[in-house]
Structure formats: structure tokens, C-alpha cells
Design a binder for this molecule. Structure first.
Ligand SMILES: [Zn+2]
Length: 272
């Protein structure tokens, strides 16, 4: 056996075993009949493309959102900051840098929640920024055609978050509203990453891939994650969520806006 061939075989063996190691850290996907209908459901208000086009009027109160999940993300009426739902409490990270508990009558134009019960965990094998995390963690999922709620607690060397300020009518599209976003970069901050992975075929409905928000343990800071550094050996918890329920607004700007366009390019520029 010549050396090149031997090295080739060795590499192939290592790759097979290392990918097997990634997969064994995951549970298998559950049988459809074994999925509890209301617990493993992603509940969503409106669509991400409606938000991209400036549909910011709140259509559902936080009290209703809480009936469908204790964990999730979204925004608020008039695009007033970023929503983080954790352990059943709804928080608002505002452009002033503050984090506030939200009264039940506050409304949302876009939110996604579920009841978080981790099915499986994995750990980061090395330090990762957001783009490396998105790429590597996507390939290690048991299936990329599945919805996952994602939770990760740790102390992050870097956590860059944004919050968009309250918008005035007539509402500008999200791209313009995001021009005035307030960005904060925290170093060595301890807290929880809260969000979802949705498949590519969710394009237009949700942010395909990882959409993550952050909330600090002291409950003083948070926002939509633009970038981060995740240390190695950080535990990432996944809740496999095979069921999806979407509530579309039945009145207001949503009913007339043109949602037949492909806005994915625009969304990538806004979300990162
Ligand atoms: Zn967000």
C-alpha cells in the first residue's frame, strides 16, 4: 500500500468515526405518532417577510403567546425592541439598552414560541463565532429538514446584540428601520441564547437557519444576536419540534402587502 493511499484510507476512517461521534450525541428523530401535539409545536404569529415589508402592528397580546410556549423570540408592536421568552417570562430588550418584563396586554406583530423540553444536547468542539456556529451546528443536526428550539447557557467572550427602536407610522420597511438599530457588544457576559433553527424551506415564513436572541443572567441585557463567540465545550440543547402552527393576521397591513416576492437576500443583510 503506498503512503498516499494509506493516508487517504486513514482520513476516511477518521471522518466516518468523527461524524459517527457527532451523531451519537443526538437522539434519533421521534416517530411522528410519538410527538405530543401541543408540546412539540412551534407556534408562530405572522411571517418574517411581512415584518421585512413593514407590517409592525401588534396583532396578538403576550398573554396569548404565553399560552403556546414558555420559550421563544419575536418583536413587539411598532417594532419596539426584541422579544425573549424564557421560563415563561416575556422580556423586551429595547434600543435604550434596557431589558424589561412585558405586561400581558403588550402585543406582538411577529413571535415564535414553544414549550422547551430538550431532547438532545451537543457540545461545541472549539470556540466559534456566529457564522462558524451556524455552519457546523447545522451539519451536526440529525436532520436539516426539522424545526429545533435551541438553548445554550454560558459565559460568552463576545456577545454582539441589537435592538431596533420603536417605529412611527407610516412604517418603513425593516431594512430602513434596522439602519437605526442600537448595537451593544458585551464581553465576558453570562446568559442564555434563546432561539430556533428552521429549515431552508421555511424561507419567507421564518428566518431559515439559526435565529438567536440573548438574555443575560442578571436580566439587565439582551437582544437579537448579530455575532458572538461561543467558548469550546459549551452545551447546546435542542428541542426537536416536528409540529408547526401559524396564526396569520386577519386584518390590517398584513392582508394587503405583497408577500409573493423572494425577500431572502434582504433578510440576510438585516439579520446579520
Ligand atoms: Zn431576532
Amino acid at each position: 500500500m503506498d503512503t498516499k493511499f494509506f493516508l487517504g484510507v486513514l482520513l476516511a476512517v477518521i471522518l466516518v468515526f468523527s461524524s459517527a461521534a457527532i451523531y451519537t450525541s443526538f437522539a434519533r428523530l421521534p416517530a411522528a405518532s410519538a410527538v405530543p401535539e401541543d408540546r412539540d409545536t412551534l407556534y408562530q404569529v405572522s411571517t418574517i417577510d411581512a415584518l421585512v415589508l413593514g407590517v409592525y402592528d401588534g396583532v396578538q397580546p403576550v398573554s396569548e403567546i404565553k399560552k403556546h410556549g414558555d420559550f421563544g423570540i419575536g418583536t413587539f408592536d411598532a417594532l419596539d425592541g426584541e422579544m425573549i421568552v424564557i421560563d415563561g417570562t416575556v422580556y423586551q430588550a429595547k434600543a435604550d439598552g434596557g431589558l424589561y418584563a412585558v405586561p400581558d396586554n403588550t402585543t406582538t406583530p411577529f413571535a415564535t414560541v414553544t414549550r422547551f423540553e430538550p431532547d438532545t444536547i451537543t457540545t461545541t468542539g472549539r470556540p466559534m463565532n456566529f457564522s462558524v456556529f451556524s455552519m457546523e451546528m447545522s451539519t451536526s443536526l440529525p436532520s436539516r429538514n426539522m424545526i429545533y428550539a435551541v438553548r445554550m447557557h454560558g459565559t460568552f467572550p463576545l456577545m454582539k446584540v441589537r435592538a431596533i427602536p420603536l417605529q412611527q407610522k407610516p412604517y418603513p420597511p425593516l431594512m430602513d428601520a434596522a439602519q437605526n438599530q442600537s448595537v451593544r457588544t458585551h464581553t465576558g457576559i453570562t446568559g442564555t441564547v434563546v432561539g430556533f433553527y428552521t429549515p431552508v424551506f421555511f424561507k419567507g415564513i421564518n428566518v431559515a437557519g439559526y435565529h438567536l436572541h440573548f438574555i443575560s443572567d442578571d436580566r439587565h441585557s439582551g437582544g437579537h444576536i448579530l455575532d458572538f463567540e461561543v467558548p469550546e465545550n459549551t452545551t447546546v440543547e435542542y428541542d426537536i419540534t416536528p409540529s408547526f402552527r401559524m396564526m396569520l393576521p386577519t386584518k390590517g397591513a398584513f392582508t394587503g402587502v405583497n408577500l409573493s416576492q423572494d425577500l431572502s437576500g434582504e433578510l440576510v443583510r438585516i439579520e446579520s
